[in-house]
Design a binder for this molecule. Structure first.
Ligand code: UDP
Length: 238
């Protein structure tokens, strides 16, 4: 493995489901607070942090359209779900003294700032955590693509994708005991072998802009900080 890199600015991507814990739906405040602590501990290392949180714990566009809802409308509902998650994370972070901004790709000025790239960069420079909400603002995309887009725009050095497992495996480690974790894997292999790190458009956007994705376990307490300090296991997609 290549030697430890000191990151200055990163983007943390988590799925909406990471916020629901075992309850199966919605938000589990103690879990949100635990993740907020993880973010705070990384911020204390002097790292500038962007966040993108999915909405799958509340609503997914595809699920809505499968039940007869118009796809674009369902996708807007999914984007609104990400705003709720972003607000919950903001509240948890500010509760422990971390300054934040929720920045929405869909204008809702009473609730969140609109996305203005230079303004967001300024927030990061002032060590505010920027939580990017409402995905890309466009239907037919996912928050993985939004994460890759924002990470590129904010000149992040990597995307940290927090999941339930400590990296990318050749098959589902929760189903197969002989699944093998990759230390490193190329974007092309992720696409060709359909390794399910992120959806294909997000992977292609990361690949075309040389933006590495670090897949790690967010269930591991101290995991996020540990990886930035060069400890623990993870997979680097690059
Ligand atoms: N979504 C969208 N455009 C975007 C990002 C998200 O339409 O740029 C919608 C889409 O319907 C998606 C939902 O928001 O299903 C929630 O996002 P996602 O599925 O990425 O959440 P996650 O799986 O990460 O929780």
């Amino acid at each position: 493995r290549s030697k430890i890199k000191k990151y200055k600015r990163v983007l943390l991507k988590i799925s909406g489901e990471a916020l629901m814990s075992d309850q199966g739906f919605g938000l589990h405040p103690p879990t949100v607070q635990r993740i907020a602590q993880e973010v705070k501990s990384v911020q204390e290392m002097g790292v500038e942090i962007c966040m993108v949180i999915g909405g799958g714990n509340i609503f997914r566009g595809l699920a809505g359209s499968a039940q007869g809802m118009e796809r674009t409308t369902a996708d807007y509902m999914g984007m609104l779900a990400t705003v709720m998650n972003a607000l919950a994370m903001q509240s948890a972070l500010e509760g422990i003294g971390v300054f934040t901004r929720v920045i929405s790709a869909i204008r809702m000025d009473e609730v969140a700032e609109p996305y203005i790239r230079r303004r967001a960069v300024r927030h990061l420079e002032k060590k505010r955590v920027c939580i990017f909400a409402a995905g890309t603002g466009n239907p037919y995309f996912t928050t993985d693509t939004a994460a890759t887009l924002r990470a590129n725009e904010m000149a992040c050095e990597a995307i940290f994708k927090g999941t339930k497992v400590d990296g990318v495996y050749d098959k589902d480690p929760e189903k197969f005991s002989d699944a093998v974790r990759y230390d490193e894997v190329s974007f092309d292999d992720v696409l060709a072998k359909r390794l399910g790190v992120m959806d294909a458009s997000a992977i292609a956007l990361a690949r075309d802009n040389n933006l590495p994705i670090i897949v790690f376990s967010l269930d591991e307490p101290g995991g996020f900080r540990g990886i930035l300090a060069g400890e623990g296991t993870y997979t680097k997609v690059h």
